[in-house]
Design a protein around this ligand. Structure first.
Ligand code: AMP
Ligand code: MG
Length: 325
């Protein structure tokens, strides 16, 4: 049974609660309880230097977690919260450093999910929550994914159904001379620029904010994943089939009715970026369960609306790229 009361009590007692959001499921703990937060790192196997996003109930709560809040923070919060936008601000001295990976910046977001918004208002504080999966693995977009990945290591899963957006939030630094996108997500640079009405950079290397974890391999299935242009994908499929190796395929086209290739599973991705994002991790979870030798994924178009999806796929492929000729 879904019980917000139970989730609230567990958080107040320093326990871990998986929370639904519109992006992915989070592994949540009381952000002001250093022992509970330490437990998030332990359960995930996440390095202590990778800071956690704090989920807050509304924009008014920013002042409890950040100082020197610039006008742009209020503008963006008003425009996009609750929603998939994380703001990097200066840390309020009361925020335990364990949450921020030892940094003097803090990451804040109001998630857009009715259960979690109610939980946040009943709990009254902030919930520190990274994605509810083991470090580096595929992010969870259903309660079942969380259950499979974490089992009894999480004290309660608040089942809010499948996530409606499906990839992690856009992250914007507001502690640099002008705003910088540190991670691509559902909210695009164009949408942000409209609200900011000024300069916005997508060159995260220009930021003074250290974002450990942002360029490493991530979202990785157990099988090697290769991200390839369509022609290369078919050439690789052919080569692997000759070597008697089977592939799982994620691409924008239908599986050919008759094929000489050894195909274990074929999933067609949506050609609409929003639908594609919503289904991406679900697809990767399914592909990862197959007994093929590898996963071949077609490279998305190189237009701005595909940036966030391409970023996740590149990181899922990071370990595998050197394995193929
Ligand atoms: P996730 O892995 O989805 O939980 O997102 C966490 C990411 O948010 C980190 O890898 C950082 O890139 C960024 N982040 C979180 N907290 C901070 C912080 N205090 N300062 C700077 N970046 C942060
Ligand atoms: Mg994650």
């Amino acid at each position: 049974m879904i019980s917000i009361k139970r989730a609230t009590t567990l958080l107040l007692n320093g326990k871990l609660v998986a929370i639904p959001t519109e992006t992915v499921y989070g592994l949540g703990a009381d952000a002001k309880n250093p022992i509970a937060v330490q437990n998030i790192y332990t359960v995930k196997g996440r390095p202590a230097t990778n800071p956690l996003i704090i989920h807050i109930p509304n924009e008014g709560a920013i002042i409890d977690w950040a100082i020197d809040i610039p006008e742009n923070a209020w503008k963006l919060a008003k425009a996009f919260w609750p929603g998939p936008l994380t703001l990097i601000l200066k840390r309020h001295p009361s925020v335990p450093k364990i949450v921020t990976g030892g940094q003097d910046t803090v990451a804040l977001r109001v998630p857009n999910h009715p259960l979690t918004l109610t939980l946040l208002s009943q709990f009254g504080g902030g919930i520190a929550a990274p994605s509810a999966n083991r470090y580096g693995r595929i992010s969870p977009t259903t309660a079942e994914h969380v259950e499979k990945a974490l089992g009894s290591d999480v004290d309660y899963i608040l089942d809010g159904g499948p996530c409606t957006l499906g990839i992690e939030s856009t992250i914007v630094s507001l502690v640099d001379p002008s705003p910088i996108i540190l991670r691509q997500g559902s909210i695009s640079a164009l949408e942000l620029t409209k609200i900011l009405g000024g300069k916005l950079s997508d060159k995260k290397e220009l930021s003074t904010v250290k974002v450990p974890g942002s360029s490493q391999s991530h979202y990785a299935p157990r099988q090697p994943l290769y991200l390839l242009e369509k022609e290369k994908l078919f050439a690789t499929l052919s080569q692997l089939s000759k070597e008697n190796k089977s592939s799982s395929v994620l691409c924008f086209g239908e599986q050919p009715a008759v094929t000489p290739f050894l195909i274990s599973t074929w999933i067609r991705m949506s050609s609409h970026p929003k639908d594609c994002a919503q289904q991406l991790y679900q697809h990767l979870h399914i592909l990862d369960k197959t007994d093929s030798n590898c996963i071949l994924v077609e490279m998305p178009p190189k237009t701005p609306e595909w940036l966030a999806i391409t970023d996740r796929l590149q990181r899922a492929a990071q370990h595998a790229t050197s394995l193929i000729t």
